[in-house]
Design a protein around this ligand. Structure first.
Ligand code: PNS
Length: 163
């Protein structure tokens, strides 16, 4: 484990899925500390507030001292440089992720080349999984219990409960 390396794992996490948790666990093996950073960008029209998203992630990583959870405003690289981070972690599930991630990583490197983007691949069982598809299934009362942590599953069920 490289001594003292700080990694930031940024995202929307609306909500956190088992795929995100897989990336967090892999990051733990590589970096001394990992900050899961939730964007406050309202343009993404999230289902859950920043506070709700942070609370869900905190519940999932409560017993892991090297992991913290925060929100950030504005440009990721301003936040990363402010925290003196070494690394940005992004998950890469399939080739469809590549173009967007490649563009973002290169732009981020232009903005601050002291911070290195690394891509981690989650277990292949999460290849098709993302928060949008989980919300879509949960909205129509489909079972998403094997795709999200159990606390998140309960919150989704409550959110989409028909009165
Ligand atoms: O989970 P997501 O939605 O794929 O995460 C995307 C995120 C939040 C990492 C990205 O949109 C981001 O970094 N937003 C902050 C604004 C920013 O820095 N934009 C320029 C990226 S090149």
């Amino acid at each position: 484990m490289p001594d003292g390396k700080l990694a930031i794992y940024p995202g929307t996490f609306d909500p956190i899925t088992n795929g995100h948790l897989d990336i967090i666990q892999r990051s733990r093996f590589l970096f001394h500390s990992v900050v899961v950073a939730v964007t406050t960008n309202p343009a993404k029209k999230p289902l859950f507030s920043v506070e709700e998203r942070i609370a869900m992630i905190r519940t999932c990583v409560a017993d892991q001292h090297s992991i913290s959870v925060e929100s950030f405003d504005g440009l990721l690289m301003n936040y990363a440089v402010g925290k003196q981070a070494d690394v940005i972690v992004r998950g890469l599930r399939a080739i469809t992720d590549f173009e967007y991630e490649f563009q973002m990583a290169l732009m981020n490197r232009k903005l601050a080349d002291s911070v290195v983007t690394v891509f981690l691949m989650p277990n292949e069982k999460y290849t098709y999984l993302n928060s949008t598809i989980v919300k879509e299934v949960a909205r129509f009362h489909g079972d998403v219990s094997s795709f999200v942590p159990k606390e998140v599953n309960s919150i989704l069920i409550k959110k989409f409960k028909t009165p």
